[in-house]
Design a protein around this ligand. Sequence first.
Ligand code: DHE
Length: 500
Amino acid sequence: MRKLPLRHVVAALLCAVALLLISSPGLSAEAKRLYEQHCASCHSADRLGGMGPALLPENLRRLRPDAATEVIADGRIATQMPGFSHELDAEQISLLVDFIYEPLAEMPVWGMAEMDASRVVHHERSELSDTPLFDADPLNLFIVVELGDHHASLLDGDSLEVLTRFPTRYALHGGPKYEPDGRFVYFASRDGWISKFDVYNMKTVAEIRAGINTRNVAVSGDGRYLLVGNYLPHSAVLLDAGDLTPLKILEARDAEGTSSRVSAVYTAAPRESFIVALRDVAEVWEIGYGTPGFPLRRIELDDYLDDFFFDPGYRHLIGAARNANNAQVVNLDEGLKVAELDLTGLPHLGSGISWEYRGRPVLATPNLREGQVSVIDMQEWKIIERIDTLGPGFFMRSHGDSPYAWVDVFFGPNRDAVHIIDKNTLEIVRTLRPAPGKTAAHVEYDRHGRYAILSIWDDDGAIVIYDGDTLEEVKRIPMKRPSGKYNVYNKTRLDPGTSH
Ligand code: DHE
């Protein structure tokens, strides 16, 4: 037998000792204990996701372990993930990193049978009135999501009174989506529940759990179908909007079979299609809902795209990867990249808005890493202005009939400030601090552009209603960590000042 050199024997022994140490029950028990203490409340005890995403190797492919170490130590920009370096030392963080990259002994299954079994119809259509139970313009209502105690309020956009307040599933995310006439609205929770709420009758009428860890829901332009995007399983699920029956599971895989989280689903009503954004493969999908069989078209991209904006006609998609220094403009008809934009501040394109500036359509987006709003000419696809703000922003809003655009300063010491930009001069004309010390965020206009409503994003928070012309406060309604608010008319008529 060939003799091994001594240094190889020593190295092999050291490796064996290291492996023993890593897999020793003491260390994994400690990792489990740390996970339960610091991570489970948001990511759930089984690592399948809750308020935070699922922490499994299948879902962490784009995050290298050294980057995961940094995230645990310092937190993650634009998410609720805080840093733990003041509570955990390097060894404890490293144990946690090993723990989250460990495969689960058994991956949970969430297929047709599980979805079907979860589906509940609370009220049959025959039990519901076709006339609203309130006296208000049904197109000027708002849903206001209150994350603080998992409720939503139905607000009359004319009288500025709350018509009803009702419980929602735990941790909603993404905008609730209205069917075209605004009567029914669909909510998605991060743990997979899709709820259908009848605005006229002010009742939740049906629910289904369409995934384990879900991103958002989209409603087809004809109101007949819903598409749900999931991080876990790696799928998009098509539902019948009527009673939420699951119709089809689209497994998220590229042409080579590599599976991917679905980062979000969108409706492109003028194209009669859904657009599916994939997180782990460089593809975007278009699924026709107006054609039998829901045909899938793959558009191959140069890079992963994490965040999207669509031009008003849905001819172009503007997307940015979280780790890139630019954004890509993709012509959806041709399936080709037509331009690149030099956006270094981590644009939050999902919150972008558009308007006509000096005869040209422009897109404006806040940035999550830099205190700057980028204004982009959508004919030539170039940046025409960078408006400095007091810090990185999350949400930007306007209204087709308003001369102003609002942008929050969601991060940093000035998170209680919100800027108002004149859309004709691109200058900040007013900075408001509606509740000093508390985050002010996410503005939405009423149907007519008469009022702009802002959230004080705090458990002891409020919505603050401003006059759209004078910018003076009109009313304040206490609410529990109100996040987004969604006006029926603006959302269903695709007002260019809001997201859809
Ligand atoms: Fe969101 C919308 C992705 C963190 C509040 N968010 C969206 C959409 C996407 C997205 C793709 C558009 C889908 C839609 O509306 O149907 N959000 C992400 C992330 O990837 C990110 C950074 C990490 C994550 O945790 O998933 C993230 N988002 C947050 C938050 O931490 C926020 C502030 C609080 C929360 O709810 O968890 C938050 N996101 C929102 C809101 C909208 C949203 C209020 C809807 C905006 C609108 O007006 O339409």
